[in-house]
Design a protein around this ligand. Structure first.
Ligand SMILES: *Cc1c(COP(=O)(O)O)cnc(C)c1O
Length: 405
């Protein structure tokens, strides 16, 4: 039961963290099937279907491998299959997840040049170009960027970063973490010439946690033949070889693959472009609510506002975690906590995957009521502003008038 732990509360729990995201009933039903022999012809058909189908969401014709792992495993796979101890890579400090990816690379003996960031902006293409242009000796082996920084709600402009790498004429591999953006934000592995795209199942794909993905370019696959970091479980060569027949080198997460098949069908039915437009529309309404409350969105560049989640700064001397606790206990809504440097200072509203206008309005109502219940200073009218945003009305003047009344 999703309500377990809050079982004194009636109705459905509002899970509005930026992943895991709510799982559509259709997917839950698809998963609730008997397990099958993973060496059978029946499994091979499922394997081929999901391995081919996944390529559509990465917008690639190149191999996609699927691990029974969290997204962190897929991060590690990208590193151990392409790099060697002592290699240098370039990363951008967009927030907590970029910091964690850096930590993994460092543990494998990789030197990380970390372009500092203020956690209120996405990766800066100009700064990346400058670093690559400086690297005359071509020491940098990879540029590694988080597409949608889930800790801050800032989305990096991957095509512009691709252009920056090309403008510097640099041969580095390009690796992108799309764990919280895949199937929510437009993303094109082939067109943007990304070498390794890392992803996971529990965010835009609307699945339970437990699948990790790597989409792999020819250049990355070639690098994996000569790099020297040891690996066994994560080895691409073995995986790609056996995947060709629809099988896996070890027991796959069969029931999650049933779910993935259903998720791919749902995304295809809605159409990826519609999925991306829906996320943008929900995010705009959410920001309208935040503005009407008189609170501040953490991400400062409108060109980088995330379609997936909105991180909201608390007024000074108000603790975000106390507010989240009050909202949970009073209105049965889960909001994302601040991570790393912004712990206690922000809360995050997830609006990804199985989310529509009314589910978002429900969540925003819970937040507006929760702000009052927790005694956090704010103006009312956030929910009305979100409704106006859905209707294409400009609510700003009405909101200002209401606040002045
Ligand atoms: C969730 C997330 C991760 C971590 O994935 P896990 O499945 O928790 O290992 C990494 N990067 C980003 C951008 C994420 O949103």
């Amino acid at each position: 039961m999703p309500n377990e732990g809050h079982n004194t509360m009636q109705g459905r729990h509002f899970l509005h963290i930026p992943g895991p995201s709510p799982i559509p009933d259709r997917i839950l039903r698809a998963i609730a099937m008997p397990i099958i022999d993973h060496r059978s012809a029946e499994f091979a058909a499922l394997g081929r279907h999901v391995l081919e189908g996944s390529k559509t969401v990465f917008q690639t014709k190149q191999p996609v491998v699927i691990y029974p792992s969290s997204g962190t495993g897929a991060w590690e796979a990208a590193i151990v299959n392409t790099l060697s101890p002592g290699d240098t890579v370039l990363m951008a400090e967009t927030g907590h997840f970029a910091t964690l990816w850096k930590q993994i690379a460092t543990r494998f003996g990789i030197e990380v040049e970390f372009i500092p960031g203020d956690w209120r902006h996405a990766a800066d293409p100009a700064a990346i170009e400058a670093k690559l242009a400086e690297d005359k000796a071509r020491k940098i082996k990879a540029v590694m960027v988080v597409h949608n920084e889930t800790s801050t709600g800032a989305t990096s402009r991957i095509p512009e970063i691709r252009k920056a790498i090309d403008a510097a004429g640099h041969p580095a591999l390009f690796m992108v973490d799309t764990i919280s953006s895949l199937a929510s934000v437009d993303y094109r592995h082939d067109e943007w010439q990304v070498d390794v795209t890392v992803s996971g199942s529990q965010k835009g794909l609307m699945l339970p946690p437990g699948l990790g993905f790597n989409a792999i370019s020819e250049k990355a696959l070639a690098a994996s033949k000569t790099n020297t970091l040891p690996r066994s479980y994560w080895d691409w060569q073995e995986m790609v070889k056996i995947n060709a027949n629809g099988f896996f080198p070890y027991t796959p997460a069969t029931n999650l693959l049933y779910g993935l098949k259903e998720a791919l069908a749902m995304l295809q039915e809605e159409g990826l472009d519609n999925v991306f437009a829906r996320h943008k529309c929900l995010a705009a309404a959410c920001r309208a609510a935040v503005k009407a409350w008189g609170l501040e969105v953490l991400c400062q560049n409108p060109a980088e506002h995330s379609p997936v989640l909105t991180a909201v700064l608390m007024p000074p001397s108000h603790d975000a975690d106390r507010f989240r606790k009050v909202a949970l206990e009073t209105y049965n809504i889960s909001l994302g906590s601040g991570l790393g440097k912004v712990a206690g200072k922000v809360f995050r509203i997830g609006h990804l995957g199985e989310c529509n206008e009314l589910s978002l309005l429900g969540a925003l109502s819970g937040i507006e009521l929760g702000l009052s219940a927790a005694g956090v200073p704010h103006r009312s009218g956030g929910v009305a502003a979100a409704m106006a945003s859905f209707e294409g009305r400009d609510h700003a003047n009405e909101t200002v008038a209401a606040a002045g009344a």
